[in-house]
Write a protein that binds this ligand. Structure first.
Ligand code: NAD
Length: 318
């Protein structure tokens, strides 16, 4: 077992250079937080093609090294992000990807830690919570060093939709989606607020306010967003690319940002033995601390039900 501190280097590895991996790389090269990006893919030509395309944009951004490589080239990376694996087809759920992506995860994770024992590993491939649990078990590193992108994207979709409804900047909406990145996701209505005003009490200047039907629709749109996008364009990648950028920036800059990352749950709300998302402080060592929030009874029940669904699924690939 490795117990060393995560490295502080600004080298980032990306495993899987499909739509999600390349969108993340494209966002990352523009933010000036990484000094080097290494692209790894089971199809090396794909990784090379992405590296070439991204490199041709270098005259337009701050200096950064971008190259295709192999696992050995991940040595010294502060963070490696796994976006490899099958993607949902129209009509498929994230859990339908489990068999294939669990196998890929079990293959990839030991190789990452063999070559980069002190770095962090972020899982973005789906079903992200189960893969995070598999990766954490396979990695055998201290809690927090393996984390999933979890409900970062669901939370972003939720804030965007609420911001549109209440006519405020999505960044001024403080609202979280927890539990599974998928069909059993749980909205934390009891804590949702705009500038400290509970959503239930918020009024727009034009008099728009909380309506239960509208809120139900917003959550449905949040939960079903991927299905709607995949139906139209086969994949989702820009928003998760930016979500991964925000997560990796929080790590590389040691920001202690609160993000809904997925980590092995350690008894919160009576849950353990599975990875799920909860608002968590994220910094250079990865997930640092899960916030202890006062959830409503219904939210706690939703979290526990989500955990049970995922534990049952995990057992199928144990
Ligand atoms: P994609 O098919 O465009 O890309 C997948 C890439 O993984 C391909 O380039 C493929 O060659 C590579 N790959 C496959 N097996 C590999 C292996 N063993 N080692 C290295 N590379 C391998 O798919 P995509 O649209 O980029 O989606 C990637 C994953 O991200 C999917 O599982 C998808 O469901 C997931 N996703 C997650 C979120 C989220 O919020 N976490 C959002 C969107 C998509």
């Amino acid at each position: 077992m490795t117990t060393g501190a995560a490295t502080s280097t600004r080298k980032v590895g990306i495993i899987g250079t499909g739509m999600v991996g390349s969108s993340f790389a494209y966002a990352l090269m523009q933010r000036s937080i990484a000094t080097e990006i290494v692209l790894v893919d089971a199809d090396p030509e794909r990784a090379q093609g992405e590296a070439m395309d991204l490199n041709h944009g270098l005259p337009f951004v701050r200096p950064i090294t971008i190259r295709a490589g192999d696992y050995a080239d991940l040595a010294g990376a502060g963070v490696v992000v796994m976006t490899a694996g099958a993607n949902q087809r129209p009509g498929q759920t994230r859990l339908d990807l489990l068999q294939r992506n669990a196998q890929i995860c079990r293959d990839v994770v030991p190789k990452v830690f063999q070559h980069n024992p002190d770095g962090l590993l972020v899982i973005a491939s789906n079903p992200v919570d189960i893969l995070t649990q598999i990766a954490a078990d396979a990695a055998n590193v201290p809690w927090g060093r393996v984390l999933g992108s979890g409900t970062i994207l669901d939370t972003a979709r939720f804030r965007y939709l609420l911001g549109s409804y209440f006519e405020v900047d999505a960044r001024s909406v403080h609202a979280y989606i927890i539990a599974e990145h998928g069909d059993t996701a749980v909205p934390l209505w009891s804590l949702a607020n705009i500038a400290g005003v509970r959503l239930q009490d918020f009024r727009t200047p034009a008099g728009r306010r909380w309506e239960q039907g509208a809120m139900d629709r917003i959550f449905d749109q949040t939960k079903n967003a991927a299905y709607e996008i995949i139906k139209r364009k086969q994949a989702t990648y820009y928003a998760i690319g930016l979500g991964l950028l925000t997560l990796v920036e929080a790590i590389l800059r040691n920001q202690r940002t609160v993000l809904t990352v997925s980590t092995p749950v350690q008894g919160n709300y009576g849950v353990s033995d599975i990875s799920l998302s909860l608002p968590t402080i994220v910094g250079r060592q990865g997930a640092l601390e899960v916030l202890d929030l006062e959830l409503s009874a219904e939210e706690q029940k939703g979290f526990q039900a989500s955990a049970q669904t995922l534990r049952d699924k995990l057992a199928q690939v144990a």
